[in-house]
Ligand binder design. Structure first.
Ligand code: C2E
Ligand code: CA
Ligand code: CA
Length: 509
């Protein structure tokens, strides 16, 4: 099995988040688009209907006025045309767009402009509305009612049909035939038909295709801004939810409970090449991702308050593995566990150490706790009681990552450390250049003056080993000797007879 990398592990979460946000985007965009489109077209249709109703009202008013004229005129039943004509003319002048009125009389017709007529080129049968060639204008609306015939100019109707907003294109329908409309040139999108409740005509309304679609695009885009903002917010939450430590912590907690976190061990050697101990380094045997290294999850474990659970699991598994072969391990063999100093806030760690001892049942084995702190989250006083109990229990304390920010000088004052582990970053500097050597010398010097046994971690090359030996480092750990190995490999390789003389191992994880 290969070790899953940090990026691959996080990537799977990011991929998941991408998948969900992508899905959300498609669903939200499609549904919002359909909803916004429906809403915008509904609103436009409502707007158009309101405008058209307004036009119908104005046309109805015209016919109501004509009806009233008819009633008034019928008050003078048998007048001759000479006296009736001025009355007709006066009435017609009140009508916006009115051209003429003709009254049928027993002996002929009386026309508001032409006076008495024996015959009429137009029929008087009504009531009806029609558009036809009138007597006075080429095209006019003829309205017949109660023995009267009115001619109203086409221009007047067209002025009513010329409404704002301009994307609404109405036309007058008489007998279901569109008889009058403005601007027939532009492409139209079908709207609807509204009928007058009082008279026998309708108005059909269509939309100017370009203007209508532009309005839809504008308004739909506007409405899509809301779901878009919602999407951004939701995506942010999804990413946070899927990639946040709290969520991962849930998966980690279940992994710990299901023993997916396995102890690996990296042996530690003295300057004579004898194995004197080993550091337990956790590996996550992830069900789908393979073996995941601690850098990927350890800070999440710590922030999620799972450090103690992890330590308990590792102590227990390590003891279970090593107890049967404990006798093959050299005297004073050190088994070191990494804990965060924060774990000393309560005494659970003490119980875990006692349990380890019980399970191991091997007094010649020393238990060491390597203390480091990625984010210091405790007060000095809070951890001192536990520390004292551990000391009384003969648990050894090692200051991990010595020389780096993770292990502050404060630790040196707080704890009587049994070991200092010089961080790999300093070992890497050996032989680099003069400044690097100077830094390494200072760290080694400080360690020596503190008079605490030192362990160098991350020793990869012989020149580093030589340098460290010359500068008085006591113990060595690193790929030069062995990589961290599974418990099975360790037992097979190092717990045979003559374990302390076993050759270094290079080919595990
Ligand atoms: P650390 O305590 O400083 O452990 C040493 C790290 O250096 C280990 O990385 C080890 O595999 C690596 N290493 C040792 N020798 C060499 C070498 O020669 N070359 C190179 N390139 N690397 C070397 P690892 O196992 O990835 O652990 C990383 C860190 O995770 C550890 O750093 C430790 O702080 C933390 N950690 C590991 N296991 C546990 C655990 O059970 N509990 C806690 N709280 N932290 C743990
Ligand atoms: Ca360590
Ligand atoms: Ca380190």
């Amino acid at each position: 099995m290969s070790t899953a990398t940090l990026s691959s592990y996080r990537l799977s979460r990011i991929k998941k988040a991408r998948f969900y946000t992508g899905l959300l985007f498609i669903v939200l965009t499609l549904s919002s688009f359909v909803a916004a489109y429906q809403w915008v077209t509904y609103q436009l249709a409502e707007q158009a209907r309101a405008e058209i109703r307004n036009v119908i009202e104005q046309i109805d008013q015209l016919f109501i006025q004509l009806d009233k004229i008819s009633r008034d005129i019928s008050a003078y039943p048998d007048q001759d045309c000479a006296s009736l004509q001025p009355v007709l003319l006066r009435e017609m002048l009140k009508i916006p767009g009115g051209l003429s009125a003709t009254k049928s009389q027993p002996q002929g017709y009386c026309h508001s402009i032409q006076g008495s007529l024996a015959a009429l080129p137009l029929t008087m049968q009504g009531p009806s509305i029609e558009l036809t060639n009138g007597m006075l204008e080429a095209e006019s609306v003829l309205y017949r009612t109660d023995g009267m015939l009115y001619e109203v100019s086409e221009r007047y109707f067209l002025s009513l049909l010329d409404i704002n907003p301009a994307f609404i294109k109405p036309s007058l329908l008489i007998n279901h035939r569109s008889v009058m409309s403005l601007d027939q040139k532009s492409a139209l999108v079908r709207g609807g038909i509204l009928k007058s409740n009082l008279y026998d005509y309708s108005l059909q309304f269509n939309y100017d295709s370009n203007m209508y679609h532009w309005r839809i695009i504008k308004q739909v885009t506007y409405y899509l801004l809301i779901p878009l903002m919602l999407y951004v917010f939701a995506s942010f939450r999804i990413y946070r939810f899927l990639c946040q430590p709290a969520w991962l912590a849930g998966e980690l907690a279940s992994g710990i409970a299901h023993q997916q976190f396995k102890p690996y061990i990296q042996p530690i050697f003295d300057s004579g090449g004898r194995m004197v101990g080993g550091e337990i380094l956790v590996r996550w045997h992830h069900p789908t991702r393979g073996i995941v290294g601690p850098y990927e999850f350890i800070s999440i474990i710590e922030r999620g308050g799972l450090s103690q659970k992890l330590t308990e699991a590792l102590l227990e598994q390590t003891a279970t593995h090593l107890a049967p072969v404990a006798k093959q391990l050299p005297d004073n063999f050190h088994i070191a566990f990494n804990i965060s100093a924060e774990q000393l806030i309560n005494d659970k760690i003490v119980q875990s150490c006692q349990r380890f001892r019980q399970l191991m049942n091997a007094p010649h084995i020393n238990l060491v706790l390597e203390l480091t702190e990625r984010e210091q989250a405790f007060q000095v006083a809070e951890v001192m009681d536990t520390y004292q109990v551990l000391k009384n229990e003969h648990v050894r304390i090692s200051i991990d990552d010595f020389g780096t920010g993770h292990s502050s000088l404060l630790y040196l004052q707080m704890f009587q450390a049994d070991y200092l582990k010089i961080d790999k970053s300093f070992i890497d500097l050996i032989g680099e250049n003069e400044l690097s050597n100077h830094i390494v010398n200072n760290v080694l010097d400080l360690a020596r003056r503190l008079n605490i046994p030192t362990v160098a971690e991350g020793v990869e090359r012989n020149d580093q080993l030589d340098y460290l030996t010359v500068h008085g480092v006591d113990y060595f750990q690193g790929y030069l000797f062995s990589k961290p190995v599974s418990m099975e490999t360790f037992i097979e390789h190092y717990c045979a007879e003559q374990a302390s003389e076993t050759k270094p191992l290079h080919d595990d994880i």
